[in-house]
Design a protein. Structure first.
Length: 151
């Protein structure tokens, strides 16, 4: 799977090379593409792994394994749908952040990197990662309040 992600990453770099802005650092742009390709590959792989002995094998029914259905019922379908909507909102909201903030969020929160590792990838000091994350969280919080002010 890693080799596939590696290949699709450089295919995307080639296909989207006209979108690369001169003067930007290449490494963060490359890492963003690689991160997105890895996330997509994990999603595809997760769909394939869901097929298990305790799962309905009907082509029309994609309910997941028995344990997933039980867990979903325990929290309720409304809570499950709300959690999915929240996760989707966060992912979309992160894409509206400026690239430096977006890259920091993706590396630390989505990929689970430590601050020091993210700092190395982005070629910035650890303090910069921390301040970018602080700024990103502030902006996301403000955006959330604006969207849900009338609710």
């Amino acid at each position: 799977m890693a080799e596939d992600v590696f290949q699709t990453t450089f295919l995307q770099v080639h296909l989207k090379s006209d979108l690369f802005e001169q003067g930007r650092k290449f490494r963060p742009w490359l890492y963003t593409i690689a991160t997105n390709q890895a996330i997509d590959a994990q999603r595809r792989n997760r769909r394939h792994r869901r097929l298990s002995l305790d799962q309905s094998h009907s082509a029309e029914e994609d309910s997941g394994s028995l344990m997933e259905v039980i867990a979903t019922r325990e929290s309720g379908p409304h809570q499950y749908a709300e959690n999915r909507e929240w996760a989707e909102w966060v992912r979309e909201a992160v894409t509206t952040l400026p690239d430096p903030l977006q890259n920091a969020v993706k590396l630390v929160y989505f990929r689970g990197m430590k601050y020091g590792d993210a700092a190395k990838v982005l070629s910035v000091p650890v303090g910069t990662i921390k301040s970018r994350l602080h700024s990103a969280i502030g902006r996301l919080g403000q955006s959330w309040r604006e969207v849900h002010a009338g609710h």
